[in-house]
Design a protein around this ligand. Structure first.
Ligand code: UD1
Ligand code: UDP
Length: 377
């Protein structure tokens, strides 16, 4: 038996780890245990409920005013007993959050091998995304197994001298669609019940999300002002904006966009509603990482409201465009896609580079083949 302990704690990690956990549960050679840090609460639980994932340990660390230090230190202190009691062959962490880094560091302290899912993404700017870029770099240094979504991610690690056990697997986010996306899907959230009617009357939908730490303050205000301007320009466009629960996001967003007739500021959607809504949208405006990988799978162009992205293969493929955080550039780029059919078609038809929906199987195959990685710590 190979003992695998998966550790995650935020919404995006859950969406990308739950398909893998389902796959690991199916494998006879693997004993699969799950530890939630609880860095997120409601936004994490929404995902767990949909995938029906078993939770074996829950550290429940979230605080309303949590900081990078409190998240990291609370996890380090609380997770030690879990690692000591499970004594896994490998701890799996995902991506770039404080949970990922703290989970990996705690593994190192117990001399347990760490497997990094969604490894090798880089901007090479320590401050953007902040602190995620550094979380990824540090986690790569600790990890013994690296599961890269794309060839470029693998090349990034090789260039940093990380050469052992670096696998290309695709991104498990595409695997999640097998659970979440349905052709005849009926929305649960009451804010979405009239969405199909709106589309039938030739209205367009734009999905908006924004939550990144480096966008708090002025950049987020700019983003909101650009949306307000787009709202005032296009009377046939509805904006659906599920607002992150962080009070530092809720306050400015409600202040600038609250009360506009075609902007719906709603609580975070569960991932089934979100994925199925996304598939019906004309356009996505976001600073999220995950949405850059997901929306193109439905032929929906993404404008990335950040100064750079750790997903340059999406830019190269033409599925996403980085538009910065200035009001005018966001407005102009969205205007262009809404009015110029040719540039819209160009983005909409580009091929999504993030995999074929079988990433979890590849990762599970590698984990089952312990002889492949056992020799190297
Ligand atoms: C974290 C990740 C970020 C990821 C994002 C996904 C780090 C450093 N950042 O950032 O990479 O993109 O999650 O959303 O790990 N809150 C709730 N309920 C919830 C979740 C959050 O109320 O279910 C509120 C709390 O007040 C919390 C605040 O949001 O203190 C911020 O949460 P935190 O995890 O610190 O940061 P995120 O911006 O969510
Ligand atoms: N998401 C969701 N509900 C929402 C907004 C986003 O389920 O209201 C999903 C989205 O489909 C994607 C993930 O959350 O899979 C992205 O998470 P987030 O933007 O919080 O983090 P990031 O990807 O930037 O790390």
């Amino acid at each position: 038996m190979i003992k695998v302990l998966s550790v995650f704690g935020t919404r995006p990690e859950a969406i990308k780890m739950c398909p893998l956990i389902q796959e690991l549960d199916r494998r006879e050679l693997i004993q699969n245990t799950v530890c939630l840090t609880g860095q997120h609460r409601e936004m994490l639980q929404q995902v767990i409920d949909i995938f029906g994932t078993h939770i074996d340990f829950h550290l429940d660390i979230m605080k309303t005013e949590q900081t990078l230090t409190t998240i990291t230190s609370d996890i380090l202190i609380k997770i030690e007993d879990v690692y000591k009691s499970v004594q896994p062959d490998v701890v799996l962490v995902h991506g770039d959050t404080s949970t990922s880094f703290a989970g990996a560091l705690a593994g190192f302290y117990q001399q347990i091998r760490v497997g990094h899912v969604e490894a090798g993404l880089r901007t090479y700017n320590k401050l953007s995304p902040y602190p995620e870029e550094m979380n990824r770099v540090l986690t790569s240094q600790i990890a013994s197994l690296h599961f890269c979504p794309t060839k470029l991610n693998q090349q990034n690690l090789l260039a940093e001298g990380i050469k052992n056990n670096v696998f290309i697997t695709g991104n498990t986010v595409i695997d999640a669609f097998a659970t979440t996306v349905k052709a005849d899907y009926v929305f649960k959230d009451s804010n979405l019940l009239d969405i199909r009617l709106k589309l039938a009357s030739n209205n367009k939908l734009i999905l908006v999300t924004a939550h990144r730490r480096e966008n708090l303050g002025k950049p987020l205000e700019n983003i909101c002002k650009a949306i307000r301007r787009l709202h005032d320009t296009f009377t046939d466009v509805y904006f659906i904006y599920p607002v992150h629960l962080n009070p530092k996001i809720q306050k400015p967003v409600n202040l600038i966009l609250g009360g506009l007739p075609r902007v719906r500021l709603i609580p975070p959607l569960d991932v089934e509603d979100l994925h199925n809504l996304m598939s019906l949208c004309k356009l996505v405006l976001t600073d999220s990482g995950g949405l850059q990988e997901e929306a193109p799978a439905f032929g929906v162009p993404v404008l990335v409201m950040r100064t750079e992205t750790e997903r340059p293969e999406a830019v190269e493929a033409g599925t996403v465009k980085v538009v910065g955080t200035e009001e005018n550039s966001i407005f102009q780029e969205a205007l262009s896609l809404l009015t110029d059919e040719e540039s819209y078609a160009h983005m909409s038809r580009a091929i999504n580079p993030y995999g074929d929906g079988h990433a979890s199987e590849r990762i599970a195959n590698i984990l089952e083949d312990k002889a492949l990685w056992d020799a190297i710590y």
